[in-house]
Design a protein around this ligand. Structure first.
Ligand code: PRT
Ligand code: MG
Length: 214
């Protein structure tokens, strides 16, 4: 593919990446929220955006279907990062990976007693590593949607999920009991493209890193 292809997900990542791309002279010509197009041309003939599901961004870049992309640290940890160069922490889409339980559930005590906890999450790898490091026995239950529902419906004792404002936890009478990691989105680059398209990719990385940390 001639030129460079940039993988972005709709929503917060797209919105918060726009000013960074603009610093490199790249302005998408359509908004994926209103357009149904999945390949969006930009103000630069040699750059286009492909609109992907957030969890798919590393896969597109890993296989070279996109040369660069933006993905949350959460997504990158779960993906594993094979074939990806992660040169810049963009500092966008910030949130925290937390353990949360229903208000009133004595998490500390359950852990101290060595109880086997049922934990629902979309982030199996992050959760497995976190509880293994603490020596807490857990049964992990993989979910794809609203983890906040799991303890309320009796599916699990706890969840591992992202928290930003905390409003979702509060609205569902859940409380965060443990901080696992600070999360933000990274620029990801296909390792082969970095060499083969250095002439286009190096200036893009330079413009973005200058904009991120002037
Ligand atoms: O939405 P979709 O299922 O398509 O995919 P996605 O949820 O993976 O994508 P998207 O676009 O919602 O999130 C993209 C990236 O943004 C994630 O991979 C994170 O790195 C980052 N991010 C930042 C967040 C949040 N903040 C966030 N608050 N991702 C999800 N949330 C969710 C969280 O899971 C919880 O359900 O928002 C809810 C909590 O928000 P508060 O503000 O109520 O605390
Ligand atoms: Mg979402």
């Amino acid at each position: 593919m001639e030129g460079i292809t940039i993988a972005l997900s709709k929503g917060r990542i797209f919105e918060e990446t726009l000013p960074l791309l603009a610093a490199a002279g790249i302005v998408p010509l359509e908004n994926p929220e209103s357009s149904r197009k999945l390949i969006i041309p930009t103000s630069r003939k040699d750059a286009r955006v492909v609109v992907v599901r957030a969890t798919d961004a590393p896969t597109y870049v890993q296989y070279g279907a996109a040369d660069v992309g933006v993905a949350g640290k959460d997504v990158l940890i779960e993906h594993g990062g094979d074939g990806l160069y992660q040169p810049i922490d963009l500092g966008i889409a910030r949130c925290r990976m937390m353990v949360a339980v229903p208000d009133g559930f004595d998490y500390e005590n359950a852990v101290r007693q060595g109880a086997r906890l049922r934990v629902a999450t979309k982030y199996l790898k992050i959760a497995r590593e976190h509880f293994a490091a603490k020596g807490v026995h857990v049964d992990l239950i993989k979910l794809y949607g609203s983890m906040e529902l799991a303890p309320l419906a009796g599916l699990s004792d706890a969840i591992v999920d992202l928290v930003s404002t905390g409003n979702t936890l509060k609205a569902n009478r859940l409380v965060a009991v443990e901080h696992i990691a600070d999360i933000s989105a990274r620029l990801i680059v296909n390792r082969a493209a970095l060499k083969l398209k250095r002439g286009q990719i190096a200036p893009l990385l330079a413009a973005i890193s200058e904009r991120v940390a002037p």
